[in-house]
Design a protein around this ligand. Sequence first.
Ligand code: NAD
Length: 479
Amino acid sequence: MKEIAMIERKAFYIGGAWVPPIDGGVTEVRNPATDEIVGLSPSGTVADVDAAVAAARAAFPAWAATPATERIAILDRVRDGLRARNDEIADLISDEMGAPRAFSRGAHVKMAVSNFDFAARAMEELLSEGEEAIGPTLVVRDPVGVVGAITPWNFPLHQISAKVAPALAAGCTVVLKPSEVAPLSAYVLADLFAEAGLPGGVFNLVGGPGRVVGERIVTHPDVDMVSFTGSTQAGRRIAELAAQGLKKVALELGGKSANIVLEDADLSVAIPAALKQCYANTGQACAALSRLLVPRSMLAEVERLAAEAAATWTVGYQTDPSAKLGPVASPDQQKSVLGFIESGIAEGARLITGGPTPPIDTGAFVSATVFSDVSPDMTIAREEIFGPVLSIMPYDTVDEAVEIANSVPYGLSGGVWSADRDRAVALARRLRTGQVVINGEPLNLRAPFGGYGQSGLGREYGRYGLEEFFEIKSLQGAV
Ligand code: NAD
């Protein structure tokens, strides 16, 4: 792994300037494959958040009053800057959170490019529609105000951009706290905002622990809205804290999504694709389809195809071009995923391939793992694992499949495989979840994304994501 250079960022981006943390805190960013330090980033306290919120508050009136076309032009410059530096930023993300570089270069930064583009295009669409009149009333949109954005490590730049781009397009100002596990790409984004001519204070970046920096953002009286992506546990705590100030909250949380294969599906296509829908990003995707529901009569064939496909999910270092699974994001994450695999074995699920022995003994590696005969009450069928672990669950009737799919408290994603698209759509309508992927359709970053139940509140991406950052005002008698 000699190709990795150490990145050192020493200051937060506050009010358009690089400002060192008040008490000099530092976070070490480690490569999960080797445990070597790949970066240092500043770690803040309450006082750093207060400075960032003051800058965002001061910048808000002028930014909200800036013509939307000017805001859009800045977002487009940032989009172009991200696109131009795709491989460099992607490698940085791989080094800190473990995704193979080939995957990171193909997905992580490109998704952020799309988020900037689609937020800008959604704002243009809104402008072109004009304001709505309801009888004598004109309905207008005001930007919410100062947005606190708090993000996780699994798709670090994508998740940042899914909040920051629409918030800025709408005329809000932002204080961002990225994940302390994978903060480095956020600092490159701040560089790009500065280069793009974003006025000082519109975007502010403060790093540090969730319990200190994150909670101060959530409780600060001058933050009007909190947009959070992360675990359901932290989301619950954030919702509780935000409720004290009756703040608007958008929460993108965890999932335990079901992928239903109908008996008319072509298994030779569906099963390898279903493994990809579970294993992409080393299984660390909130929308991972980690439960594979198949007709009981097809179980043996599905297991054979799943074992065959799992063998192609080679584990390796991020820089290895043949690696499809990198290390998971940290030693803690590895411990957690291996613990789930052990619970699957202890609770009687049948291990088809993989298992609790790390395939490379230095670093946070986990083998592509498939369980079968998983029943709905098992831990691995109910809890988000966030690693490359697939649970195959047999069903006898389609009604039973729907019942199993809807039996978890989450509702973020889902999948259906069928030779008959109308049949697949009819089944998809019965799933209590924010999105359903029919026959492996690629993710559409202009369509709404978000959760039912304990998977969250609100929607991100495209027009629906933009709408979250407005207050709606009725001007009675304006028409
Ligand atoms: P996490 O909840 O531990 O942390 C996410 C962020 O919240 C980090 O920046 C962290 O510092 C901060 N944080 C933690 N506790 C906080 C608190 N009390 N107050 C304020 N901030 C706090 O999650 P993670 O381990 O970084 O990410 C993995 C989780 O994220 C998984 O559960 C996954 O499903 C979820 N996720 C959801 C989506 C989605 O769109 N629904 C997308 C990606 C990840």
